[in-house]
Design a protein around this ligand. Sequence first.
Ligand SMILES: *Cc1c(COP(=O)(O)O)cnc(C)c1O
Length: 392
Amino acid sequence: MDFIYFDYAATTPVDQRVVDAMLPFMTERFGNPNSLYALGRDAYRGLEDARERVAQAIGASRPDEIIFTGGGTEGDNAALIGIMARASDGPAHLVVSAYEHHAVLEPAHWLEKRGHAVSYLAPRADGHIHPEDLASVMRPDTKLVSVMHGNNEIGAVNDVAELARVAHEHGALMHTDAAQTLGKVPFDVDALGVDAATFSGHKIYGPKGVGVLYLRRNVKFEPMLKGGGQEFRKRSGTQNVAGAVGFAAALEIMVREMPAESERLARLRDRLILGVTTRLENTEPTAPGGERLPNIAPLLIKGVEGEAMLLQLDAQGIAVSTGSACSSGSLEPSHVLLACGVPKEVAHGSLRVSLGRFTTDADVDRFLEVFPPIVERLRAMSPVYARMFGSP
Ligand SMILES: *Cc1c(COP(=O)(O)O)cnc(C)c1O
């Protein structure tokens, strides 16, 4: 069956070149990188080579600032909990944005329950976190600011350099969740001025269950995983050598192909958004404005349920997402859209179409052919649409 994948922001297939780089480390080069004999030293060399290549790709000055993790969720948890645990003797203040991934929001809630104060900073209607707004919530006891680089639902890319400057001016450290931006927009730890950053392998055509936490040297950090002291005592556990090698290979491909690929994706994205909004009335891009990820087309299709559109598209072999609600299986509209000030009723009609390496013009054509009749059919049956706009 012709199956069209439009959910690259949820996960990506592993690139065959990445598979090829990983395979030897699952078979003949299988040693434990912490073993001292030749087989172990060989795995160690593979691991450390991967670490150096990741450091190089994100502008880290030392390889020991690269901590391999079990994915983006672990990196976010470790950054928030690990930094806050060592930032002060008693309770302190943490700032996160209100539209973070749950992997940041949940540890923030947990820290709040443990006695820390947390500010949840709302984005403006353009979908961005504004540095002036950050400045207005900073306190003398603020120890950490965590604002995502690119939002996974609406694709807004924040000015992390400016946000980091505000954080530092007030004596706080800066963490950013860059799972969505890595390899799609330039990422350099010094240019952005971040002290910590989280990345995930499966968003960059690498394997699932592997990620990187960048931790600038001298950042005080309490490891979540305690044990054998691997990863510079910051993340115990025998390293996923094949995963680390895959991450490095995936990242290098992303960086190398970024200029041409980002341009190609942005063109497809714009064609898709324009195609939908010209073919269907009462539709619009979500919280538009400012810098955007090239591969996410966030749409508001008023008076229709996102889940209904998703299932109808699935029946036609097209995979899309509604936003974050799917992860929790809840029917509440996404916290991201509500944080951006999208009214609840409108937020129900959210659809996130995300493009990637294997998306073609023909895929976009097919979507523009299949999608409008689906929406028209659903609207014809929708009391909500009739109430909002009269009969279709
Ligand atoms: C996917 C994602 C995560 C979680 O990464 P996993 O590797 O799936 O745990 C965190 N933050 C953002 C922005 C993401 O897109």
